[in-house]
Write a protein of this length. Sequence first.
Length: 120
Amino acid sequence: MKNNGLLLIGLLFMIVLILISGVGCKSVVSPLGNTQGSEFTIEVRDYAFKPDQLVIKTGDTVTWVNVGEKTHAAISDNGTEIASQEILSGASFSHVFNMPGTYTYHCPYFSFMEATIIVQ
Ligand SMILES: [Cu+2]
């Protein structure tokens, strides 16, 4: 019985070590000077962009995910900043915004689907 007790203490010690090392892994800090932007998702629904207004920073990535059944697209009202191809049901389109500005866009198939991205 004494040996079993030592074995139990040994096992507990190992479990504690594993837990401590696991917590250590989770607290890894991003390297300094990491300029990678944040990622945002816009749901493309039948028939609206959600959110229909999004404020981001330069270098951020926006991904439109078509969660509807219809085919949609995201096209700038003016200029060419946002110019997706067809976004089929279940498909997505990503774009990195590198210039500050207010970008209004719409869906060419359902023109009442309108939204805005503000890049600060
Ligand atoms: Cu649409």
